[in-house]
Design a protein. Structure first.
Length: 185
């Protein structure tokens, strides 16, 4: 099963399109902040959150329950694609329904491998994969640049190193973060 979570009006062929709003005519109306979700354990092989996860789980207990449910419905090796606005971009800042920044650093907390390494070296990172009994490995991260910086980067006027430095120091450099994860069971 392929799930398009929080689809809004962007329904995808071949996916079960899920949204809380019946107005956008999803295949299934579900409030993803309410658990348990209506799918069987280990039933999903692909899950997409396309500009939707940042709207969910303002309360950390709700976010925890959602991540546990995501893990429960994913089969081993399930691909989870999360596309979100960068938390330092106006697209994130200016939308009052954006309640949670989602970054590669946040999602790394859900990797048992990383949690074990942090424990070994005495790091202070929260080992949420161990605490919550979930395990997702990040397989890839892409950053979509804002048009202003994309043109400079594409023309060779801005280097990768400059983009990395600017994205730590400035707003509106990176527009979107695309994170690919895999469920490990």
């Amino acid at each position: 099963m392929k799930l398009n979570m929080g689809c809004g009006y962007k329904k995808l062929s071949g996916f079960v399109n899920v949204d809380i709003s019946p107005e956008c005519s999803p295949d299934v109306v579900v409030d993803l902040e309410e658990t348990p979700w209506p799918w069987e354990s280990n039933s999903a092989h692909t899950v997409l959150f396309n500009h939707s996860l940042e709207h969910l789980g303002a309360n950390h207990r709700v976010f925890e329950a959602m991540m546990k449910e995501l893990y429960r419905i994913c089969r081993n090796g399930a691909e989870v694609q999360i596309n979100v606005p960068h938390p330092r971009h106006d697209d994130f800042i200016n939308d009052p329904t954006h309640v949670r920044p989602i970054t590669p650093g946040v999602l790394t907390l859900f990797s048992k491998k990383m949690n074990q390494e942090w424990a070994r070296v005495g790091a202070s990172n929260s080992p949420l994969a161990i605490y919550w009994g979930i395990d997702f490995e990040i397989r890839g991260v892409e950053f979509g640049l804002d048009d202003h910086y994309l043109s400079g980067f594409s023309s060779g006027q801005i280097t990768v190193q400059q983009i990395e430095a600017m994205s730590r120091e400035r707003n509106n450099v990176v527009k979107e973060i695309r994170i690919a994860m895999v469920a490990v069971k």
